[in-house]
Design a protein around this ligand. Structure first.
Ligand code: SAM
Ligand code: SF4
Length: 318
């Protein structure tokens, strides 16, 4: 699907739930979120139907996310069904890793290619502090299991939080010395729980380059990736820097997002949403609606300076 700016939109990110088994301080309120009504959440068959339609129109890359995708009942079935769709070249999941040890093998057998795991600290106590409930050990074991069954290459997503994990930057970077793993530092966005956080928590990921001078930028293999990649001399893995707010990659943007309640967000940094759930349930021509929304995908984010999206990450999936 080619949009009005000549971009080939071939990447669909699907949030399968807005619920989570963790309470990361910047993302999820301690008491959880107001649950979307059960009948407003897409059923698994509906997610599959929409994925199939997107694939028939040219999408060849799908990422499953959430909330925490592994807590959605029936997730393996969905993965298996989507994995069988002809034309998918890259099928990935973003997870907090807590349930990965349990599911990795089945996810691989069901057709998933790889996982991105979110991990903001290498310290077990600090992990509990930032997630409020999570066990660091579970995530590490999940990552090991994912490696063992071949859900690779694995990417670690680390949100940089000033005064929390900036002292661990070198340790994270050093993980790329001997392993083919990508460590990606993501700048914290002032949305969700982080909306009212003090400015000192928002640190630029340039800090990574200031702290680890040996990192050298490498040529981008995938121009549509929001990450700029660097390597240590002789490092096996890569270090990625992602600034989700800057619009540097808009010209190469290839993605749209489907929320758990069936809305398509043509651009992360826009409040525009198109309701595919109602369209599907009312028997409307979903293909036509998708082609139209692709045609109208914004050139770049259309919010004013200092204005941020209303939904938080838990509803969009990152
Ligand atoms: N639960 C899964 C996980 O944590 O990987 C998938 C969903 S989570 C919303 C996706 C990503 O969004 C995670 O890497 C998380 O750290 C990131 N995220 C959540 N809130 C954020 C914020 N305010 N700024 C930057 N990244 C955020
Ligand atoms: Fe859950 Fe992921 Fe949000 Fe953490 S970042 S609360 S794991 S959805």
């Amino acid at each position: 699907m080619i949009d009005s700016y000549g971009r080939n939109i071939n990447y669909l990110r699907i949030s399968v739930t807005d619920l989570c088994n963790l309470r990361c301080r910047y993302c999820m309120p301690e008491e959880g979120i107001t649950k979307i009504q059960y009948n407003e959440i897409l059923r698994l068959e509906e997610i599959y139907e929409l994925a199939k339609t997107f694939v028939s129109l040219g999408v060849n890359k799908i990422r499953i996310t959430g909330g925490e995708p592994l807590i959605r009942k029936g997730i393996l079935n969905l993965i298996e069904n989507i994995g069988k769709l002809e034309g998918i070249k890259d099928f990935a999941m973003t997870t907090n890793g807590i349930l990965l040890k349990k599911y990795a093998k089945d996810l691989k057998s069901a057709g998933l290619n790889r996982v991105n795991v979110s991990l903001d600290t290498l310290d077990a106590k600090k992990y509990y502090d930032i997630t409020k409930v999570g066990s660091h050990k579970d995530v590490l074991e999940g990552i090991e299991e994912a490696k063992r069954v071949g859900l690779t290459p694995i990417k670690l997503n680390t949100v940089l939080v000033g005064g929390f994990n900036d002292t661990e930057i070198e340790d994270f970077v050093n993980l790329t010395k001997n392993e083919e793993i990508d460590v990606r530092f993501i700048e914290l966005m002032p949305i969700g729980q982080a909306k009212d956080w003090s400015l000192d928590k928002f640190i630029s990921n340039k800090t990574v380059l200031e702290k680890v001078k040996e990192l050298k930028e490498i040529t981008k293999e995938d121009v549509s990736s929001p990450a700029n990649y660097y390597k240590l001399p002789n490092g096996k893995g890569r270090v990625g820097l992602i600034n989700p707010i800057s619009c540097k990659f808009c010209t190469n943007c290839n993605r749209v997002r489907l929320t758990a309640d069936g809305k398509v967000k043509p651009c992360l940094h826009s409040n525009d949403e198109i309701d595919l759930r109602s369209a599907l349930r009312n028997g409307e021509d979903v293909k036509k609606i998708i082609l139209n929304l692709i045609k109208n995908k914004p050139k770049e984010h259309n919010l004013e300076d200092g204005e941020y999206i209303k939904r938080n990450m838990i509803a969009i999936g990152g």
